[in-house]
Design a protein around this ligand. Sequence first.
Ligand code: ZN
Ligand code: ZN
Length: 365
Amino acid sequence: MAKLAIIVLIATLAITTHVVFSQPVALKAQPIKFQNNYLNFEPPGLFDFLKWRWNALRDGHPKSAQIPTPIVTADLAFIHANSQAGSLMQPAVTWVGHATALVQFAGLTVLTDPIFSERASPLSLVGPKRAQPPGIALKDLPHIDVVLISHNHYDHLDEASVRALASQAGGAPLFVVPSGVKTWFTDLGITNVVELAWWQTHRMQSSSGPVEIVLTPVQHWSGRSLTDRMDTLWGGFAVFTKDFHFFHVGDTSYSRDFQDIATRFADRQPAHGFDLVLIPIGAYAPRWFMKDQHVDPEEAVQIHKDLRARQSVAYHWGTFSLSNEALDDPPIALAAALQAQGIPATAFSAIPIGQTLKLAARAER
Ligand code: ZN
Ligand code: ZN
C-alpha cells in the first residue's frame, strides 16, 4: 500500500512539475511529423521518465546553487541608443536570461526565444520558476525588429512574452519560426510571422543592407502537450549580413548537423565562421536521459569549434532548473572544457544576466 502511495506521489509530482511542460514523454503512439537527421528521436516512455525523477528525488538533485546566477544592471542607455543607430550600430549581445538574448547588428535589434514570465510553463503557479529576473524587463526593451523562435517548448516559446512583443509600440516585430509553429501565432491573432523549413531562407532589408535568415537543422524535438510531440519543427538560425554573421543555436544535443552547417556556409566564411554564436550549456544531467536533447558544456565547446565562432556566448543556464545539475554547475564545467581544449575563456563567455558584450564587425566582406 505504501509502495502504491509512493508511486502515486511520484506520478503526481512528475505530471505537475515536468512532464507536461518540458519533457518528451508521449502519452500515446503517434505518427512523427518531423525527425532529426542523425537520430531517430523517440520520446522516452513514462517508465524512463519516472526512473529519472525517482533517482533525482532519491539523490537530492538538483542541489542548490552555491553561487547565484550573476546578474548586472543592463546598460539601457547604450542598448536604446544602439537600437537607433542604423548603419552605425555597434554589434552587441545582451543576455536577458535562459535562451533569451538581445542581439544588435547591422541596424537590427533581434530577440531570441523570448521568455520574460515567472515560470516556463503553461500554468502560472506550477512549473520551473525563474531564479533571476530578466536582465531587461519587457517594458525596458528597445523596439525589437526580429524575434527568432527556435522551437515550441515552453522555455523558448512563451505566450505572455510573445503577446507583449506583438503589441510593442511602433508595431509588431517579425517573428521567424520553424515549420508548423506559425499556426500557434495565427491562433493568437499574430500575423507578422515567417515560417521556415530547414535550409530555407527569409530575405529582408535592414538600414545596413540585405539580411538573410536561414533555419538550420539541430538535434532536438518539439511539443507543448502530451499529444503533439514532434508535430512542429525545431532548428537553429543563421543570420547573415554584410558586417556580421550570427548564429542562434536554441536547444540541441550534439550531432553532425553542426559540421553540415559549417560546410554549407563555408564559401561565405573563408577566413572564419560566425561572429557570434549563442550556445546552450545547461539542462544536461543526467546524461542517460538528457543526451539526446541537450548538449553538455564539453559538447557546447565542440559546437563553438565546428562553427568556427569568433565569439560564443553561453545561454540556456542559470535561469530555470530543468535537470539534475545545480544551476551554477554549467559555467564551471564550461571553464573546465575550454581549458582542456586550450581555448581561451574569453572566446566562449558565460556572461552575467543583463551584461552587454560589444563585438567587432566582420573583417572580411
Ligand atoms: Zn527544447
Ligand atoms: Zn530549452
